[in-house]
Design a protein around this ligand. Sequence first.
Ligand code: G3H
Ligand code: ZN
Length: 284
Amino acid sequence: PLVTSKEMLIYARENGFAVGAFNAYNMEVVQAIIEAAEEENAPVIIQISEGAIAYGGEKSFAALIKVLAEEATVPVVCHLDHGVNFSTVIKALKAGFTSLMFDGSSLTFEENIEKTKKLVEIAHAAGIPLEGEIGKIPDAAQGPLSPEEVKKYLTTPEEALEFYEKTGVDSLAISVGSAHRMKVQSVQLDIERIARIKDKVKIPLVIHGASGVMDDSVIQAVKAGISKVNFATELNKAFTHALREELSNNPDLVDVRKYGAVARENVKKTVKEKIQLLNATNKA
Ligand code: G3H
Ligand code: ZN
């Protein structure tokens, strides 16, 4: 069924696992994520970013996820990932998303609090939970960041607590060493920082940019109390690599369904591996 992320993430926090949150850009990836979750008997979050909305439209994604989620036996969430514009969050809410994120991490601390708080009130009035971000998860699309660079963005336990108390967010994205859009797994997370934040802030905590994080560090982060882990680039890689290989091995192939199915299968395999890594198998 289609559900909100509220109870799902609290359950994860209390039961020593994290929910995998996977970004989708097309129908095949949405199908792959839900099929993988079904086979693992795991709760799952499908996330649609502002970029994905620009590409495919929030109403189309909301409708597709709703139909497939209602046919599924495991709980499925339709989540807005990194709503940077106030209007995007409202748009996603209107389209029927069952979980929202407002990313005010590029604003000042005060502005981030002010906008997040407003959106929490609106979302809650509609019964929908909202994820905020404090500290900033940097972008490493142009190459890996130096440890000094990463340090500038890290979340402190004190600011996390103040942000939570002043906004009332339901979950919180924290910066603990990861960066977005890394194509190679190479980063170790600050596990001690995660544990200190978890101790202070009693809501589900979220890791972004998990594609660049070493598997053992993801496992440690979940043990330290992370409840949601976001993967995007890893799925893009799985889809694209399988597609590229299939097309180059079969230059005459023109049937979208044939190569689409191959790419979809490889995404499904990746999602299953991540669900296992997060200890979410059989937690539906
Ligand atoms: O919000 C999305 C995630 O943080 C994904 O990041 O592409 O580095 O895995 P990633
Ligand atoms: Zn992210």
